[in-house]
Ligand binder design. Structure first.
Ligand code: PEP
Length: 236
């Protein structure tokens, strides 16, 4: 069954997040949809939501501590308050805009792994690497697994080419097929594609071999569109 994840990034308020999650939860129940659906709201919108087991709310980010003096960060003490046991790690915006190094990411991964969190681990190459070809792209992406335990069982991987994130330009189906095939040979984990997935292309992307689901930003922020995307995924 395909996995669908929504990354809110820096969007939605506490109120609109609650409305979104309530609407999506009702939709899953009404339509009897049991696919795993993940939603990553902003840290300020995390809460104790009364939702179905297959609708999972996770954190977009947290520091590798329980609590302490790390201004601007949250730790597991804050996540525990809301029963959050799922986290996104390695997202390209954290790597490339917020400056997280592979070492930082591996530290975070290992901390949350030790606590048994479900980890959605993101990898992907920037445009200048893609332009060098498939061997370089694969080499770059594989380096993003440095320090990451690929035997960790509670893990989903998202391949998200940096140049496709938030740009409206998705990778071609051929690009996705090629890289997913190669990644799947190395990683026996659910493998999502992310990068400008939307209502218009979700169906064909989910039909690509070795695509186990999608991680969606922009096109997932409207609950109505997200429901339509989930409906399409539920039929695959
Ligand atoms: C993302 O944030 O992981 C993402 C894939 O964003 P978008 O769908 O907007 O490209």
């Amino acid at each position: 069954m395909k996995i669908i994840a929504s990354n809110f990034k820096t969007n939605h308020t506490r109120k609109s997040t609650k409305e979104f999650i309530t609407t999506v939860n009702k939709f899953l129940i009404d339509e009897n949809i049991s696919n795993e659906i993940l939603v990553f709201p902003t840290a300020t919108s995390l809460d104790n939501f009364d939702i179905s087991e297959n609708l999972i709310v996770g954190a977009q980010n947290a520091y590798h501590v329980k609590s302490g003096s790390f201004t601007g960060e949250i730790g597991t003490e804050q996540l525990d308050e809301f029963g959050i046991k799922t986290i996104l790690i390695g997202h390209s915006e954290r790597r490339h805009i917020l400056g997280e190094s592979q070492k930082d990411i591996a530290l975070k991964f290992n901390y949350y792994k030790a606590l048994g969190y479900k980890i959605i681990y993101c990898v992907g190459e920037p445009l200048e690497v893609k332009e060098q070809g498939i061997t370089e792209t694969l080499g770059y992406v594989l380096e993003q697994f440095d320090g990451i335990d690929l035997d960790y069982s509670n893990m989903i991987i998202a391949y998200e080419p940096v140049w496709a994130i938030g740009t409206g330009v998705s990778a071609t189906n051929e690009d996705i097929e090629r890289i997913h095939k190669k990644l799947k040979k190395k990683l026996q984990k659910p493998l999502l594609y992310g990068g400008s997935v939307k209502l218009a292309n979700i169906s064909e992307i989910l039909d690509i071999p070795n695509v186990d689901g999608a991680l969606i930003g922009t096109a997932s922020w409207s609950a109505e569109d997200f429901k339509k995307i989930i409906k399409i995924a539920s039929k695959k």
